[in-house]
Design a protein around this ligand. Structure first.
Ligand code: DGT
Ligand code: CA
Ligand code: CA
Length: 578
């Protein structure tokens, strides 16, 4: 009953890969064949490899002493040294080719040797140009199916932004619940942990009739194709270009399954060790007393709280479950009281149609008020950012006046006119000191010259931090997820300077940006850097991105007092010094 940490499937996957890599490298065919054979033998096994003694393994057909050692190495370390070594000797792009359906090591090797194809991109180009069909064993039909498979593999390799993944998962969960075939349905995995991107969706359900639930799920209109379906689980590829794992468990083990499938894997591993120390074993069905090395009496399974309690700790919020100290904190009752949505009283960074936003100042203010907030900093871009129609000093002063007029009429809600001012290449700001002084809150950000050295970038941003007019630094990475890598910068130095000058750093809620990152925000808190959540909204519809910024904050262990968004309008005025 006890669930092994490393599954048979994982062991089989690693041994097959070893065979594939050896084949691509052109190693001795007997060696290649040995791995194929071992993988084949293990696929037919009904027992868990982790429960078998080395002698038993050695008795299996095709499993000699070498293979037994491999299996044991994977069981105890989760990986294989030889595999890592050989992997480094093959270009990464060629390894990626193996993810394409119908593309085995033989074909990958042939493509590499004859047409120098070393990436999925290169493969697609060759297929489009009709260069594959004449290769031995190929043909027009295979060329077409490889092209389709290549598109599929590329989509599957991309991690989806959490904002999109959440929408898709919420829709599926709602349909399941409405159908009546399931009792409970929840999205677990990285989505529940609030990670910035999601590899696949993990939908967990309870149902009285499991196979009926599976049938309903696999026939949902969002499903493009069923990759596998059994009695209690199914895996599908959705039309939304993401894979979705689905599981049905008995209502009694919901808590245990939720804990297991929420992860992270690293968190689960430590929980498991903790259970063992207490003479228990934990799996997706529950936590059990260990009797003679086997799972015995059940201690808890219904709720996550009960299981954590059995392990001697408080319930841990999913966002903290990354094995970054949360387990020790939970055991010594030192978990943070994480910031919540209702603690937030305003947003610091967004845009109007004066620059690249879609709505007017008043519309933005109304939408912010509709969020239940008490104030909003409405920003725009500064003059040199021509692509975003940056504001001239004259326009800047006009809109500052516009905000003052709004406030004169407004009751119980306040606009602070802020501005997202460019940090020029040398660290100077994009407005004069006098203009900066007139702006409610100055948010400084790098938008151009991303490619300078890390040293230069660090100096550039620190110069902005040290500028007494600058209140907040935005976009401390410049990345666009799946599109643009972060610029080079020494974050530790920047955080130090921000702490020293008490310049705030932004946690940006735009789904594609999400900078600064959770680990950086956690470090920032340790150093005493003031922090703000922002939506960077470019229309009234984007204030909901505060949820994304909140995810980062929670994953960074931040509490109410760590974020300036929890201040009242009056406190904000004091913070601004006016
Ligand atoms: P993703 O999908 O890459 O964004 O990340 P996750 O965390 O959603 O990972 P996924 O979908 O592979 O698995 C969902 C959860 O199931 C994972 O967070 C923990 C659990 N899990 C999966 N495989 C294992 C395993 O081999 N050992 C343990 N302890 N837990 C696992
Ligand atoms: Ca997942
Ligand atoms: Ca999964």
């Amino acid at each position: 009953m006890s669930k092994p940490e490393t599954t048979n499937a994982e062991i089989i996957r690693l041994l097959s890969l070893m065979g594939h890599f050896l084949e691509i490298k052109g190693e001795n065919p007997f060696r290649v064949r040995a791995y194929e054979r071992a993988a084949q033998t293990l696929s037919g096994l009904t027992r868990n490899l982790s429960e078998m003694a080395p002698e038993e393994l050695g008795n299996l057909p095709g499993i000699g002493p070498g293979m037994t050692a491999h299996i044991q190495e994977i069981l105890s370390h989760g990986n294989l040294k030889d595999l890592e070594t050989i992997k480094k000797q093959i270009p990464e792009g060629i390894i990626k080719l193996l993810d394409i359906q119908g593309m085995g090591p033989k074909r990958a090797k042939l493509l590499w040797q004859t047409l120098k194809i070393d990436s999925i991109e290169a493969l697609k180009k060759a297929a489009v140009e009709g260069k594959l069909r004449d290769l031995p064993g190929f043909g027009e039909k295979l060329e077409q199916s490889i092209l389709k498979g290549a598109d599929f593999a590329q989509a599957a390799a991309k991690r989806m932004l959490i904002w999109d993944a959440r929408t898709i998962a919420a829709d599926i969960v709602q349909r399941l619940k409405k159908s009546g075939v399931v009792v409970e349905a929840v999205a677990a995995g990285s989505l529940r942990r609030g990670k910035e991107t999601v590899g696949d969706l993990d939908i967990l359900t309870t149902a009285r009739n499991g196979s009926k639930a599976i049938e309903f799920f696999t026939k949902l209109e969002q499903v493009e194709r069923v990759l596998g379906a059994g009695e209690t689980k199914a895996t599908v590829w959705l039309k939304n270009q993401i894979q979705c794992d689905f599981r049905v468990v008995a209502p009694d083990s919901f808590g245990a399954a939720l804990l297991y499938f929420t992860g992270s894997k690293e968190h689960n591993v430590v929980l498991r060790e903790q259970a063992l120390k207490l003479g228990m074993t934990i799996n997706e069905y529950g936590i059990f007393k260990l009797t003679k090395g086997k799972a015995g009496r059940k201690v808890a399974s219904k709720t996550e709280e009960e299981i954590y309690k059995a392990l001697g700790m408080k319930w841990i919020p999913p966002e903290l479950r990354e094995n970054r100290g949360e387990i020790q904190a939970a055991r010594s009752n030192k978990l943070p009281k994480l910031i919540e949505l209702q603690d937030i009283r305003g947003d610091f960074h967004n845009h109007t149609k004066l620059t690249d936003g879609a709505n007017a100042l008043e519309e933005m203010a109304e939408a912010a008020r509709a969020m239940g907030w008490e104030w909003v900093f409405v920003g725009d871009h500064s003059q040199s950012l021509k692509v975003a129609n940056g504001l001239s000093p004259a326009d800047l002063h006009r809109t500052i006046k516009e905000a003052q007029e709004f406030n004169a009429k407004s009751k119980g809600f306040r606009i602070f006119r802020s501005m997202e001012v460019d940090i020029l290449k040398d660290g100077r700001m994009d407005y004069t000191d006098e203009d900066l002084g007139a702006i409610g809150a100055v948010i400084a950000a790098v938008h151009t010259h991303f490619k300078i050295s890390g040293d230069e970038m660090t100096k550039r941003v620190i110069r902005a931090i040290e500028n007494s007019h600058v209140d907040i630094i935005a976009h401390l990475s410049g990345r666009l997820l799946n599109r643009r890598e972060p610029y080079e910068i020494n974050v530790e130095e920047v955080l130090g300077a921000a702490a020293k000058n008490q310049t705030a750093l932004e946690l940006n809620g735009q789904p594609e940006r999400q900078d600064i990152f959770d680990t950086q925000a956690k470090r920032a808190k340790e150093l005493g850097v003031p922090l703000v959540l922002t939506t960077d909204a470019h229309s009234v519809h984007q204030f909901g991105y505060i949820q994304i910024a909140l995810n980062i904050a929670r994953r960074a262990w931040l509490e109410k007092q760590d974020l300036l968004n929890t201040m009242s309008a009056k406190e904000i005025c004091e913070w601004l010094g006016n």
